[in-house]
Write a protein that binds this ligand. Structure first.
Ligand SMILES: Cc1cc2nc3c(=O)[nH]c(=O)nc-3n(C[C@H](O)[C@H](O)[C@H](O)COP(=O)(O)OP(=O)(O)OC[C@H]3O[C@@H](n4cnc5c(N)ncnc54)[C@H](O)[C@@H]3O)c2cc1C
Length: 152
């Protein structure tokens, strides 16, 4: 199988990217390492550690992952991505999830991440011959409106 795009992770950023690329007529492969959660998989209380924490080595398969480090050294440079979320020096590689946000933007960042992914995907053209869906047409209309407002 040959794909136009491979999206790694189906979180807030990845799922938006996958959907929009598919709508634009591309063949998309989305790889997800996590499991599919059903309503019964969610714990009624956080004290149900097996269903709350993600520590596979202890057979805890919940959704809250904790990572511990003995030391942390962070050297910050000019950034991994440009203003359009393209990775510098790697044409065709984009990062559209929360990892590109260099600080804590609040406790509920999902909408920001979704908007970032939407913006990045809006810059990718439709595949030649693809037929825009009604939703895509609406988004294209919004994009045009937004561009007009920006140029004023
Ligand atoms: C318990 C909890 C409650 C939260 N509640 C809220 C809330 O109410 N409102 C809100 O706005 N935000 C909430 N958040 C925060 C929100 O979930 C995150 O900010 C958001 O999910 C980040 O989106 P993302 O796309 O950056 O990453 P994620 O949504 O984490 O997506 C990353 C995906 O990539 C997958 N992945 C990682 N590595 C690989 C790999 N190597 N191969 C394949 N797949 C891989 C992961 O399994 C995951 O599915 C909550 C978070 C937690 C933990």
């Amino acid at each position: 199988m040959i794909y136009d795009y491979i999206v790694i992770g189906s979180g807030f950023g990845g799922s938006v990217a996958s959907l929009r690329l598919a709508e634009k007529g591309y063949k998309v492969l989305t790889l997800e390492q996590g499991k599919r959660y059903n309503p019964k998989d969610f714990p009624k209380t956080n004290w149900n550690l097996r269903k709350y924490l993600w520590v596979p080595a202890l057979r805890f398969f919940g959704f809250q992952k904790l990572s511990f480090y003995s030391t942390a050294s962070i050297m910050s440079g000019t950034g991994v991505v440009d203003k359009n979320l393209k990775v510098h020096g790697y044409p065709g590689l984009y990062i559209t999830d929360g990892s590109v946000i260099q600080g804590n933007i609040g406790v509920n960042p999902s909408l920001t991440i979704t908007a970032m992914a939407e913006y990045c995907m809006s810059l990718i053209p439709y595949k030649k011959g693809a037929h825009p869906t009604d939703v895509s047409k609406q988004l294209m209309h919004l994009e045009e409106e937004w561009k007009k407002k920006r140029s004023v």
